[in-house]
Design a protein around this ligand. Structure first.
Ligand SMILES: NC(=O)c1ccc[n+]([C@@H]2O[C@H](COP(=O)([O-])OP(=O)(O)OC[C@H]3O[C@@H](n4cnc5c(N)ncnc54)[C@H](OP(=O)(O)O)[C@@H]3O)[C@@H](O)[C@H]2O)c1
Length: 221
């Protein structure tokens, strides 16, 4: 439990829970209606948080489309990037400042990114060697970003789940099968017993274009 941030995980997968093919292609698994719904969803959050894996693979802007929010009310955007691997030319920076959580001592890299509008926030690393998600959420809450939407690959999604930090799931599921060589929506959770599996309660299901949009709340919320 965070006690300081409400974290929702947005997922867009195939029927078999894959987020990309073996070659990393993920655009577009879901259809245009589901993608529009994601923009509407983003507008309800203070900040969109992702991992460097997603930035390097997809180079997303993580904004709400023009018309989806009032001018000046775009949610904040933040990236967990332990070693400052993000490139100064990332599209994220074309849309205004973005927070980059890191644990890197390379001053030259930091300077080049700051010049592009990165707001660099140095935080501790956790036992797994990555930036500490809990510390990042604490920082975001203190900056007025208490409603956090995570849109990431399987690694950050699994970290958030393992740490017990996910309150809601917004799951867009396309009627497509990618197969066992595709990328899993969650990296390993290291569960030995089903009793340790994170449990959620479905709160709604709707058909959206050719896809399904399922919403879940953590059991015991
Ligand atoms: N279908 C979809 O909805 C969707 C959405 C997003 C991404 N994707 C796909 O997912 C793939 C990328 O997957 P990914 O798992 O590499 O992406 P990711 O989860 O976005 O990023 C993972 C990276 O974030 C960094 N990180 C920093 N702190 C972390 C923490 N506390 N926990 C976990 N990671 C942390 C790690 O690198 P460092 O430690 O070096 O910083 C880690 O390798 C791409 O193929 C992309 O297209 C699909």
């Amino acid at each position: 439990m965070t006690g300081f941030a409400q974290v929702t995980l947005k997922l867009a997968t195939s029927l078999d829970g894959k987020i990309a093919t073996a070659t990393g292609q993920s655009q577009w698994i879901t259809g245009p209606e589901a993608r529009d719904a994601v923009h509407t969803l983003r507008a309800r959050y203070d900040v969109i948080l992702t991992g460097i894996g997603t930035i390097l693979a997809d180079d997303p802007r993580l904004t709400v489309r023009p018309g989806g929010v009032k001018a000046g009310q775009q949610p904040g955007r933040a990236v967990l990037d332990t070693n400052l691997r993000i490139l100064p030319g990332a599209k994220l920076f074309e849309e205004g400042p973005a927070i980059i959580f890191h644990a890197c001592e390379d001053e030259a890299r930091a300077k080049a990114l700051s010049a592009k509008g990165a707001r660099l926030v140095r935080i501790a690393t956790g036992a797994d060697g990555h930036t500490d998600l809990r510390a990042a959420l604490r920082y975001l809450a203190s900056a007025g970003h208490a409603r956090v939407l995570i849109e990431a690959g399987g690694k950050l999604a699994a970290s958030a789940l393992k740490a017990g930090l996910v309150h809601r799931l917004e799951w867009f599921r396309a009627p497509m099968i990618i197969g066992g060589d595709g990328l899993d929506v969650f990296a390993a959770l290291g569960l030995g017993n089903l009793s340790g599996a994170p449990q959620f309660r479905r709160t709604s299901v709707r058909v959206i274009g050719r896809d399904l949009h399922e919403s879940y709340e953590r059991e015991g919320n």
